[in-house]
Ligand binder design. Structure first.
Ligand code: GLN
Length: 254
């Protein structure tokens, strides 16, 4: 069910993260190791986002085709160098369309976002949550998929200037209350920091003084990889990584 990663650190090429590592996203697209909740390959599209100017807006390349079949992406990935990258390969949830606009990263300004998982009972379970969004956000949803709605909810919080960590925790808790049993691995970067949730799917972090990499599955055999416990939020930038337990509102009340 989708694999994603986000990197912040000294500039690297997109290929160094996605194509070249032994277990980079290219390898994870056809040979993932830890696909909890079904799915065997991630062949329903992919995408990568990067920053041409530090502190500026992100650019991205996305496709509805399997990453291994794209004849143009390798050249683009080898020549695109950035101090931050967010990339994903997609395995569409049953019933959801395979279309380029459903592939992560979702983007606005400097924000890049990916959702690995599924919203249970979609779309009825979360109709109430969606109703809290401006109508124009619903009319311009990237795609008729659960992940696009999750992005619209996250983006709404970010547009209000809220702390990204609070936004991810609140959106995760709200979705879990409306659609219990959902898998909600969210991944967000602004080019300087990475915010990620582990909620039903695998997630690991490789942190150093200079760089940080958060990924569904370790992309190499570096001994520095650490698994993020389930139902936790990671806030990471080079030199500092913190992990916090996420409580749903119901748990907070008891
Ligand atoms: N449910 C989302 C989609 O269909 C994400 C899929 C996934 O994580 N496999 O796009």
């Amino acid at each position: 069910m989708c694999r994603h990663l986000a990197y912040v650190g000294p500039p690297v090429t997109v290929a160094e993260l996605v194509l070249e590592p032994k277990h980079g996203l290219l390898h994870q697209s056809y040979a993932p190791i830890d696909m909890r909740g079904g799915g065997t390959v991630n062949a329903d599209g992919f995408g990568a986002g990067w920053y041409p100017h530090p502190g500026g807006a992100a650019l991205r390349y996305r496709s509805a085709a399997p990453i291994w079949s794209d004849q143009s992406f390798p050249d683009l990935a080898r020549t695109t160098r950035s101090a931050a990258v967010l990339a994903a390969v997609r395995s569409a949830t049953t019933g959801m369309p395979v279309t380029v606009t459903a592939a992560a990263p979702f983007a606005e300004g400097r924000w890049l976002f990916s959702h690995n998982g599924v919203v249970r009972g979609w779309p009825h379970s979360v109709a109430g949550l969606a109703a809290g969004l401006p109508v124009v956000d619903l009319l311009t949803l990237d795609a008729p998929t659960d992940s696009a709605l999750v992005w619209a909810l996250v983006r709404h919080g970010l547009r209000a200037g809220r702390d990204p960590a609070d936004v991810l925790v609140d959106v995760t808790a709200e979705l879990e209350r409306a659609a219990p049993g959902s898998r909600l691995n969210l991944l967000l970067t602004d080019g300087a920091g990475v915010w990620a949730t582990a909620w039903g799917h695998a997630l690991s972090v490789r942190a150093g003084d200079e760089s940080v990499l958060v990924a569904s599955e370790p992309i190499d055999h570096d001994p520095g990889w650490q698994e993020v416990p389930d139902r936790h939020l990671v806030v990471a930038r080079p030199g500092t990584v913190t992990t916090h337990a996420i409580r749903t509102t119901d748990e907070t009340r008891t």
